[in-house]
Design a protein around this ligand. Sequence first.
Ligand code: UD1
Ligand code: UDP
Length: 359
Amino acid sequence: TAIVHVVGARPNFVKAAPVVSALRGRGAHQAVVHTGQHYDDRMSAVFFRDLGLPEPDVDLGVGSGSHAAQTAALMVGLEKEFTERAPGAVVVYGDVNSTVAAALVAAKLGIPVAHVEAGLRSFDNTMPEEINRRVTDQLSDLCFATSPEAVGHLANEGIAPDRVHLVGNPMIDTLLANLDRFDADALRARLGLPERYVAATLHRPANVDDPDTVARLVARLHEIADLADVVMPVHPRGRAAFDRAGLGGHPRVRLLEPLGYLDFVALTRGAAAVVTDSGGVQEETTVLGVPCLTLRPNTERPVTLTHGTNQLVTEADLPQAVAKALDGRRDATAVDSTPPLWDGRSGERIAAVLTRWSG
Ligand code: UD1
Ligand code: UDP
């Protein structure tokens, strides 16, 4: 029987790549089901090309919708798919709606579920991802954790220790495997970017859904642009709101379409500082040693605060925090501050457990 990987949204692809590749190395029988939660070329296909991921075996084409509508459509599509394929195990990634939908469907069909990136907690249920994480972990037979805190959270929620494996961070496997492909100078030349710039990416509902919040953020980003050029690949969720609020109206703000993985990490690597609310970007900047200012009141990835370059900031404090980061940039290789097991071998560890377990 096959191991079926369920992926649907941008960060899923980056996490699945090393697991799929390590299982392929072990000759495992596997299939990739794309739910179609993300569907634009720049949110999806470009990642398969950049990462050499095999084309998905199927794309369910679920697309966008309200939480209930999207999750329901995901579940209907996945139930049919799992019933036909009868997988030996389903592997889910991260905290998006595709993740929780797949876990729920598989659990009810009696198919074992493995969750990659289990145990992260922001303790903030206003984030849809926090709800997805809690539910997914409760339903998972195997929980693969990226950090010791995550193991602790799972224990606190009564998840038996024999279900939990601390394996490190597969997103960082992908980063380390592609390090010599992130060419910041080439990207700068190709896009005509200045030597010094701040890279920004924002997509959390709390930052981009409310027009008043967006207007305040745009004012702050314009203040930052008075200090250094701001380059922002814009996630489709916030595109209309940022355009309406006039973000591109400042001469030193450069708005881009979402970038592919190799270009985006090159942009990050060459930046003097990064402004973000992304989960994955907090981790990648930690390993790249680039100062990261996270526009959120909390993070489910505190290891990036204690071992990395990440700092939580409010909208009001953002310009000052960027000014400070621009002055005192850390050395670009913060290797010895990398969290434990973020060593490029997590996919291999996960594959070892999965093959032993699915026998
Ligand atoms: C989703 C995840 C979030 C993750 C993010 C990664 C959930 C609840 N949220 O948020 O955790 O951090 O992906 O990027 O699963 N859209 C397009 N083209 C696309 C995809 C989306 O235009 O290819 C637009 C649509 O207007 C859509 C909106 O973006 O309604 C939101 O997409 P959705 O997948 O619902 O959530 P994200 O905000 O992308
Ligand atoms: N990313 C990308 N292009 C972009 C923005 C992000 O390739 O324009 C990558 C980023 O390097 C990381 C992943 O997408 O690998 C993070 O996804 P996202 O921020 O959408 O989701 P989150 O991590 O917040 O769930």
